[in-house]
Design a protein around this ligand. Sequence first.
Ligand code: SF4
Ligand code: SF4
Ligand code: FES
Length: 243
Amino acid sequence: MAMREPEKPLHASVWRGGERGRFQSYEVPRQDAQTVLDVVTWIQRRVDPSLAYRFACRVGMCGSCAMTVNGIPRWTCRTHVARVAVDDRLEIAPLANLPIVRDLVVDMSEFFDKWARAKGRFVPTATRHDDFARVRPDSPPRRDADEAIQCIGCAVCYAACDVVAWNPDYLGPAALNRSWTLIRDARDGARRERLAAVAGDAGCHACHTQGMCSERCPTHLSPTASIAGLKRASVVAALRGQL
Ligand code: SF4
Ligand code: SF4
Ligand code: FES
């Protein structure tokens, strides 16, 4: 009986160090159903325990494992090596558009600061003495926000956005998407302030609508559609003299 050829190892180039770091090469044995996160974990456990990276759930729920794989931002726990390796090679780097802390870990502070700048915090109008608000699932505002509320803040869309790369001040797809979910929330009491916060130069009107954020979002959300909603709502508010 013919012996099965051992599978060729994977050649992984992994970013090491800070902004001025460099790629380092590792040979990693192939496994069935191996994910990019498995590759990073194998290197950290078997070769170099100082390799810094982040993950939590391993099942596509937390978003913390996002990295750049062969130039594309992805959740590494949901990305199979067999799908993305080119000639048994993988390049694994930290997410783009965010400062590198070390190796594959980025500093998410400015990403979440932008959620705050876009007024991404719910402002209640009811008190604890009021009855629960009833939001009909088939009402147009709720349907507008239906998908967008599923965002888990992984920053894959932010890393894919070229306007963020050109203009670091730009609020970016995730913060604007969050803002849209609140604008369409009938219970929220800060609609006008929120529209004013996202209508400025670095807000929704800076988006060129080409949709790379939506193409890359692992949950198949469409920040582009949310941003288009913000553009419409802010123009209407401006025409009514509300901004
Ligand atoms: S559609 Fe807008 S937010 Fe999305 S990637 Fe393009 S510029 Fe960025
Ligand atoms: S919109 Fe998608 S890609 Fe962007 S942060 Fe939310 S889940 Fe991640
Ligand atoms: S580890 Fe949670 S999404 Fe990948």
